[in-house]
Ligand binder design. Structure first.
Ligand code: NCD
Length: 318
Protein backbone atom coordinates (compact mmCIF):
# COMPACT_ATOMS: atom_id res chain seq x y z
CA UNK A 1 0.00 0.00 0.00
CA UNK A 2 1.55 3.31 -1.05
CA UNK A 3 0.64 6.59 0.58
CA UNK A 4 3.67 8.83 0.99
CA UNK A 5 2.19 11.99 2.46
CA UNK A 6 2.74 13.90 5.66
CA UNK A 7 -0.63 15.68 5.59
CA UNK A 8 -4.00 15.32 3.91
CA UNK A 9 -4.64 18.89 2.76
CA UNK A 10 -6.48 18.25 -0.48
CA UNK A 11 -7.15 15.84 -3.31
CA UNK A 12 -4.92 17.94 -5.56
CA UNK A 13 -1.69 16.43 -4.15
CA UNK A 14 -2.89 12.82 -4.39
CA UNK A 15 -2.39 10.35 -7.21
CA UNK A 16 -4.77 7.57 -8.22
CA UNK A 17 -2.75 5.01 -6.21
CA UNK A 18 -2.99 7.19 -3.06
CA UNK A 19 -6.74 7.38 -3.50
CA UNK A 20 -7.03 3.64 -4.03
CA UNK A 21 -4.85 2.96 -0.98
CA UNK A 22 -7.17 5.01 1.26
CA UNK A 23 -10.32 3.45 -0.18
CA UNK A 24 -9.02 -0.11 0.08
CA UNK A 25 -8.02 0.36 3.71
CA UNK A 26 -11.36 2.07 4.40
CA UNK A 27 -13.17 -1.07 3.22
CA UNK A 28 -11.52 -2.95 6.09
CA UNK A 29 -12.77 -0.31 8.51
CA UNK A 30 -16.30 -0.57 7.12
CA UNK A 31 -16.23 -4.23 8.19
CA UNK A 32 -14.80 -3.36 11.60
CA UNK A 33 -17.46 -0.67 12.14
CA UNK A 34 -20.23 -3.10 11.27
CA UNK A 35 -19.03 -5.58 13.88
CA UNK A 36 -19.80 -5.70 17.58
CA UNK A 37 -16.45 -4.48 18.91
CA UNK A 38 -15.45 -1.47 16.82
CA UNK A 39 -11.98 -1.00 18.22
CA UNK A 40 -8.51 -1.15 16.79
CA UNK A 41 -5.26 0.10 18.34
CA UNK A 42 -3.79 1.81 15.30
CA UNK A 43 -3.65 5.25 16.95
CA UNK A 44 -3.12 4.04 20.54
CA UNK A 45 -1.05 6.55 22.50
CA UNK A 46 -1.51 9.29 19.90
CA UNK A 47 -3.33 12.57 20.46
CA UNK A 48 -5.83 13.93 17.94
CA UNK A 49 -7.07 17.50 18.23
CA UNK A 50 -10.10 18.64 16.24
CA UNK A 51 -10.09 22.39 15.57
CA UNK A 52 -13.30 23.53 13.91
CA UNK A 53 -13.39 27.26 13.19
CA UNK A 54 -16.68 26.76 11.37
CA UNK A 55 -19.85 24.94 12.40
CA UNK A 56 -19.98 21.24 11.64
CA UNK A 57 -22.10 18.35 12.79
CA UNK A 58 -21.31 15.27 10.81
CA UNK A 59 -17.72 15.96 9.82
CA UNK A 60 -16.62 16.71 13.38
CA UNK A 61 -18.57 13.79 14.86
CA UNK A 62 -17.17 11.52 12.17
CA UNK A 63 -13.54 12.50 12.83
CA UNK A 64 -14.10 12.17 16.59
CA UNK A 65 -15.57 8.70 16.29
CA UNK A 66 -12.89 7.65 13.81
CA UNK A 67 -10.11 8.70 16.20
CA UNK A 68 -11.75 7.03 19.20
CA UNK A 69 -12.30 3.76 17.34
CA UNK A 70 -8.60 3.74 16.48
CA UNK A 71 -7.65 4.25 20.12
CA UNK A 72 -6.41 7.87 19.97
CA UNK A 73 -6.94 10.44 22.71
CA UNK A 74 -9.32 12.85 20.98
CA UNK A 75 -9.92 16.43 21.98
CA UNK A 76 -12.44 18.81 20.42
CA UNK A 77 -11.65 22.51 20.54
CA UNK A 78 -14.70 24.74 20.13
CA UNK A 79 -12.84 27.36 18.13
CA UNK A 80 -15.77 29.63 17.46
CA UNK A 81 -16.03 30.47 21.13
CA UNK A 82 -12.34 30.36 21.92
CA UNK A 83 -9.47 32.80 21.98
CA UNK A 84 -9.95 33.70 18.32
CA UNK A 85 -12.77 35.85 19.58
CA UNK A 86 -10.21 37.51 21.83
CA UNK A 87 -8.10 38.41 18.82
CA UNK A 88 -5.54 35.63 18.74
CA UNK A 89 -4.32 34.85 15.24
CA UNK A 90 -4.69 31.46 13.60
CA UNK A 91 -0.94 30.92 13.73
CA UNK A 92 -0.67 31.74 17.43
CA UNK A 93 -3.49 29.33 18.18
CA UNK A 94 -1.76 26.69 16.10
CA UNK A 95 1.57 27.20 17.86
CA UNK A 96 -0.13 26.96 21.26
CA UNK A 97 -1.77 23.69 20.32
CA UNK A 98 1.44 22.44 18.77
CA UNK A 99 3.15 22.89 22.13
CA UNK A 100 0.71 20.35 23.56
CA UNK A 101 2.30 17.82 21.20
CA UNK A 102 -0.64 16.54 19.20
CA UNK A 103 0.01 13.88 16.58
CA UNK A 104 -2.99 14.55 14.36
CA UNK A 105 -4.64 17.91 13.86
CA UNK A 106 -8.01 18.02 12.11
CA UNK A 107 -8.86 21.53 10.96
CA UNK A 108 -11.88 23.24 9.42
CA UNK A 109 -11.62 26.93 8.61
CA UNK A 110 -13.79 29.43 6.67
CA UNK A 111 -10.80 30.74 4.69
CA UNK A 112 -9.40 28.93 1.66
CA UNK A 113 -5.74 28.14 2.24
CA UNK A 114 -5.82 28.54 6.03
CA UNK A 115 -5.27 24.84 6.67
CA UNK A 116 -2.24 24.67 4.34
CA UNK A 117 -0.75 27.65 6.14
CA UNK A 118 -1.28 26.04 9.51
CA UNK A 119 0.30 22.78 8.35
CA UNK A 120 3.53 24.65 7.70
CA UNK A 121 3.73 25.78 11.33
CA UNK A 122 3.22 22.54 13.21
CA UNK A 123 5.08 19.24 13.43
CA UNK A 124 2.24 16.79 13.34
CA UNK A 125 -0.01 15.42 10.61
CA UNK A 126 -2.73 17.86 9.51
CA UNK A 127 -6.03 16.81 7.95
CA UNK A 128 -8.15 19.37 6.14
CA UNK A 129 -11.78 19.06 7.22
CA UNK A 130 -12.82 21.82 4.80
CA UNK A 131 -11.22 25.20 4.10
CA UNK A 132 -13.45 27.90 2.62
CA UNK A 133 -14.32 27.10 -0.98
CA UNK A 134 -11.05 25.30 -1.53
CA UNK A 135 -11.01 21.60 -0.57
CA UNK A 136 -12.71 19.02 1.60
CA UNK A 137 -10.65 15.92 0.80
CA UNK A 138 -12.22 13.42 3.21
CA UNK A 139 -15.67 14.28 1.83
CA UNK A 140 -14.53 13.50 -1.73
CA UNK A 141 -12.93 10.27 -0.51
CA UNK A 142 -16.06 9.14 1.32
CA UNK A 143 -18.10 10.01 -1.75
CA UNK A 144 -15.71 7.96 -3.87
CA UNK A 145 -15.99 4.98 -1.53
CA UNK A 146 -19.78 5.22 -1.64
CA UNK A 147 -19.76 5.39 -5.46
CA UNK A 148 -17.24 2.56 -5.80
CA UNK A 149 -19.33 0.29 -3.56
CA UNK A 150 -22.55 1.10 -5.44
CA UNK A 151 -21.16 1.01 -8.98
CA UNK A 152 -18.20 -1.34 -8.61
CA UNK A 153 -15.75 1.17 -10.11
CA UNK A 154 -14.71 4.83 -10.24
CA UNK A 155 -13.76 5.11 -13.92
CA UNK A 156 -15.98 5.76 -16.92
CA UNK A 157 -18.96 6.89 -14.87
CA UNK A 158 -21.11 9.88 -15.73
CA UNK A 159 -21.27 11.95 -12.59
CA UNK A 160 -23.57 14.97 -12.43
CA UNK A 161 -22.77 17.49 -9.69
CA UNK A 162 -25.65 19.92 -9.30
CA UNK A 163 -26.26 23.20 -7.59
CA UNK A 164 -24.06 25.71 -5.83
CA UNK A 165 -20.72 24.78 -7.39
CA UNK A 166 -19.15 28.20 -6.88
CA UNK A 167 -19.18 28.08 -3.09
CA UNK A 168 -18.54 24.37 -2.74
CA UNK A 169 -15.30 22.82 -1.54
CA UNK A 170 -17.12 19.49 -1.82
CA UNK A 171 -17.58 20.05 -5.56
CA UNK A 172 -13.99 21.12 -6.01
CA UNK A 173 -12.51 18.08 -4.24
CA UNK A 174 -14.91 15.75 -6.06
CA UNK A 175 -14.06 17.24 -9.45
CA UNK A 176 -10.35 16.69 -8.76
CA UNK A 177 -10.83 13.15 -7.46
CA UNK A 178 -13.23 11.91 -10.11
CA UNK A 179 -11.06 13.46 -12.82
CA UNK A 180 -7.99 11.62 -11.52
CA UNK A 181 -9.99 8.38 -11.49
CA UNK A 182 -11.14 9.00 -15.09
CA UNK A 183 -14.83 9.55 -14.67
CA UNK A 184 -16.76 12.12 -16.74
CA UNK A 185 -18.06 15.09 -14.82
CA UNK A 186 -20.98 17.35 -15.65
CA UNK A 187 -21.63 20.40 -13.57
CA UNK A 188 -25.20 21.69 -13.46
CA UNK A 189 -26.33 24.99 -12.00
CA UNK A 190 -27.25 28.59 -12.73
CA UNK A 191 -24.39 30.61 -14.28
CA UNK A 192 -24.30 32.77 -11.12
CA UNK A 193 -23.29 29.68 -9.11
CA UNK A 194 -20.69 28.40 -11.59
CA UNK A 195 -17.07 29.39 -10.85
CA UNK A 196 -15.25 31.26 -13.62
CA UNK A 197 -12.79 29.16 -15.64
CA UNK A 198 -14.23 25.87 -14.39
CA UNK A 199 -14.12 24.32 -17.88
CA UNK A 200 -10.33 24.17 -17.55
CA UNK A 201 -10.88 21.27 -15.17
CA UNK A 202 -12.12 19.16 -18.07
CA UNK A 203 -15.76 19.19 -17.06
CA UNK A 204 -18.95 19.79 -19.03
CA UNK A 205 -21.12 22.66 -17.84
CA UNK A 206 -24.93 22.85 -18.06
CA UNK A 207 -27.42 25.42 -16.87
CA UNK A 208 -30.31 23.23 -17.92
CA UNK A 209 -30.90 20.42 -15.44
CA UNK A 210 -32.71 18.11 -17.90
CA UNK A 211 -29.80 18.23 -20.36
CA UNK A 212 -27.16 17.80 -17.66
CA UNK A 213 -28.72 14.93 -15.75
CA UNK A 214 -29.57 12.80 -18.79
CA UNK A 215 -28.15 9.30 -18.43
CA UNK A 216 -26.06 10.17 -15.35
CA UNK A 217 -24.90 7.23 -13.21
CA UNK A 218 -24.43 9.39 -10.15
CA UNK A 219 -26.41 12.50 -9.22
CA UNK A 220 -24.68 14.52 -6.53
CA UNK A 221 -26.74 17.39 -5.13
CA UNK A 222 -25.12 20.28 -3.26
CA UNK A 223 -26.47 22.54 -0.56
CA UNK A 224 -27.14 26.18 -1.39
CA UNK A 225 -24.41 27.74 0.75
CA UNK A 226 -26.36 30.77 1.86
CA UNK A 227 -23.77 31.67 4.49
CA UNK A 228 -21.20 32.24 1.73
CA UNK A 229 -23.53 34.39 -0.40
CA UNK A 230 -24.06 38.09 -0.16
CA UNK A 231 -27.32 38.18 -2.07
CA UNK A 232 -28.32 38.09 -5.73
CA UNK A 233 -27.22 34.59 -6.65
CA UNK A 234 -30.70 33.10 -7.11
CA UNK A 235 -34.05 34.75 -7.83
CA UNK A 236 -35.86 32.86 -5.04
CA UNK A 237 -35.66 29.44 -3.38
CA UNK A 238 -38.97 28.50 -5.01
CA UNK A 239 -37.68 29.31 -8.45
CA UNK A 240 -34.41 27.56 -7.68
CA UNK A 241 -36.22 24.38 -6.63
CA UNK A 242 -38.30 24.51 -9.77
CA UNK A 243 -35.24 24.71 -12.04
CA UNK A 244 -32.53 22.84 -10.13
CA UNK A 245 -34.15 20.98 -7.24
CA UNK A 246 -33.97 17.21 -7.64
CA UNK A 247 -37.48 15.77 -7.87
CA UNK A 248 -38.81 12.49 -9.30
CA UNK A 249 -39.42 14.03 -12.70
CA UNK A 250 -35.84 15.23 -13.16
CA UNK A 251 -34.36 12.07 -11.66
CA UNK A 252 -36.29 10.00 -14.22
CA UNK A 253 -33.92 11.43 -16.89
CA UNK A 254 -30.84 9.94 -15.23
CA UNK A 255 -29.77 6.32 -15.74
CA UNK A 256 -32.39 3.91 -14.35
CA UNK A 257 -29.96 2.73 -11.67
CA UNK A 258 -28.54 6.18 -10.87
CA UNK A 259 -27.68 6.83 -7.24
CA UNK A 260 -28.51 10.08 -5.45
CA UNK A 261 -25.96 11.72 -3.16
CA UNK A 262 -25.82 14.77 -0.89
CA UNK A 263 -23.00 15.68 1.51
CA UNK A 264 -25.41 17.18 4.04
CA UNK A 265 -26.73 19.19 5.66
CA UNK A 266 -29.71 19.19 3.27
CA UNK A 267 -32.18 21.94 2.53
CA UNK A 268 -35.21 19.79 1.78
CA UNK A 269 -37.48 21.41 -0.76
CA UNK A 270 -34.69 23.75 -1.93
CA UNK A 271 -32.09 21.57 -3.68
CA UNK A 272 -33.73 18.18 -3.15
CA UNK A 273 -37.19 16.73 -2.64
CA UNK A 274 -37.40 15.11 0.79
CA UNK A 275 -38.95 11.92 -0.55
CA UNK A 276 -36.07 11.31 -2.93
CA UNK A 277 -33.55 11.97 -0.18
CA UNK A 278 -35.28 9.28 1.92
CA UNK A 279 -35.82 6.75 -0.89
CA UNK A 280 -33.57 3.86 0.09
CA UNK A 281 -33.70 2.49 -3.45
CA UNK A 282 -32.08 5.61 -4.92
CA UNK A 283 -30.49 7.65 -2.17
CA UNK A 284 -27.11 6.69 -0.65
CA UNK A 285 -27.03 9.68 1.67
CA UNK A 286 -26.95 7.59 4.86
CA UNK A 287 -24.30 5.33 3.34
CA UNK A 288 -22.17 8.42 2.71
CA UNK A 289 -22.24 9.19 6.43
CA UNK A 290 -21.27 5.61 7.26
CA UNK A 291 -18.39 5.67 4.74
CA UNK A 292 -17.22 8.94 6.28
CA UNK A 293 -16.13 7.27 9.50
CA UNK A 294 -14.32 4.45 7.67
CA UNK A 295 -12.53 6.80 5.26
CA UNK A 296 -11.36 9.05 8.10
CA UNK A 297 -10.08 6.02 10.02
CA UNK A 298 -8.14 4.94 6.93
CA UNK A 299 -6.69 8.40 6.31
CA UNK A 300 -5.59 8.84 9.91
CA UNK A 301 -4.16 5.32 10.01
CA UNK A 302 -1.98 5.98 6.94
CA UNK A 303 -0.84 9.41 8.16
CA UNK A 304 0.02 8.02 11.60
CA UNK A 305 2.12 5.32 9.98
CA UNK A 306 4.06 7.92 8.03
CA UNK A 307 4.43 10.06 11.15
CA UNK A 308 5.95 7.17 13.08
CA UNK A 309 8.42 6.44 10.29
CA UNK A 310 9.40 10.12 10.01
CA UNK A 311 9.95 10.40 13.76
CA UNK A 312 11.96 7.19 13.85
CA UNK A 313 14.23 8.57 11.11
CA UNK A 314 14.60 11.87 12.95
CA UNK A 315 15.62 10.07 16.14
CA UNK A 316 18.09 7.91 14.23
CA UNK A 317 19.68 11.02 12.76
CA UNK A 318 19.91 12.82 16.09
C1 NCD B 1 -20.16 20.19 3.49
C2 NCD B 1 -19.16 21.22 3.96
O1 NCD B 1 -19.15 21.59 5.13
O2 NCD B 1 -18.39 21.63 3.13
N1 NCD B 1 -20.74 19.45 4.49
C3 NCD B 1 -20.07 18.40 5.06
O3 NCD B 1 -18.89 18.44 5.30
N2 NCD B 1 -20.79 17.31 5.31
C4 NCD B 1 -21.12 20.73 2.55
C5 NCD B 1 -22.03 21.82 3.01
O4 NCD B 1 -21.82 22.44 4.03
O5 NCD B 1 -22.98 22.08 2.26
Amino acid sequence: MSFAHRHLLGIEALGPSDITAILDLAEKYVDLNRGEAKHSEELAGLTQINMFFEASTRTQASFELAGKRLGADVMNMAMQTSSLKKGETLIDTALTLNAMRPDLLVVRHPQSGAVDLLAQKVNCAVLNAGDGRHEHPTQALLDALTIRRAKGRLHRLNVAICGDIAHSRVARSNILLLGKMESRIRLIGPPTLMPAGIREFGVEVFDDMAAGIEGADVVMMLRLQKERMDGGFIPSEREYYHRYGLDAQKLALAAPDAIVMHPGPMNRGVEIDGEIADDINRSVIQEQVEMGVAVRMAAMHLLAQNLRVARFRERARA
